[in-house]
Design a protein around this ligand. Structure first.
Ligand code: HEC
Length: 117
C-alpha cells in the first residue's frame, strides 16, 4: 500500500516540476542578455569574445582606445550600453550596436553584470 503513495507523490512532484516555467528561477537580466543578443558578443565565463566578457567586469579597470582608464561602475555600464561608442575598450573593435532597451531592461542587465563576479 505504502509503495502506491510514494509513486503517487513522485508523480505529482514530477508534474509540478515540469509546469514550473523554465525562466522562473533565473535572473531576469540573464534571460535578457540572451534575448537581446548581448551574449553573442559577450561571454559569461571570462573568455574574451567580440567584446569583453561580462564575468568580473564590474569594478574592473579598463583602458580605453584613447589611453585613459576607467573603473567599471554603474554610470560607466549605463553609458557603455546606451552609447556603446562613447568609450571604446582598447583591443576591441567598436562593433557594439546601440540596442533599444527600456530603463527597466537596462537596470536588469546592469544587475546581472554586477552579479557575475
Ligand atoms: C555585435 C557584438 C556586440 C553586441 C550584440 C553587444 N556588444 Fe557590448 N561590446 C561589444 C564590443 C566589441 C565592445 C568593446 C568595444 C566598446 O567598448 O565599445 C563592447 C563593450 C561593452 C561594454 C563595456 C565593456 C568594458 O569592458 O568596458 C558593456 C558593458 C557592454 N558591451 C554591454 C553590452 C550589453 C548589455 C549588450 C546587450 C544589450 C551588448 N553589450 C551587446 C560588442 C557587442
Amino acid at each position: 500500500m505504502r509503495i502506491w503513495i510514494f509513486l503517487a507523490l513522485g508523480f505529482l512532484a514530477g508534474c509540478t516540476g515540469s509546469q514550473t516555467p523554465q525562466s522562473g528561477k533565473q535572473d531576469p537580466g540573464a534571460a535578457l542578455a540572451g534575448a537581446k543578443g548581448c551574449t553573442a558578443c559577450h561571454s559569461l565565463n571570462g573568455q574574451p569574445g567580440v567584446g569583453p566578457s561580462f564575468k568580473g567586469l564590474y569594478g574592473k579597470q579598463e583602458t580605453l582606445t584613447d589611453g585613459t582608464t576607467v573603473i567599471v561602475d554603474d554610470a560607466y555600464l549605463t553609458e557603455s550600453i546606451k552609447t556603446p561608442l562613447a568609450k571604446v575598450v582598447r583591443g576591441y573593435t567598436p562593433a557594439m550596436p546601440a540596442l533599444p532597451l527600456t530603463d527597466e531592461e537596462l537596470a536588469g542587465l546592469i544587475t546581472f553584470i554586477k552579479s557575475l563576479k
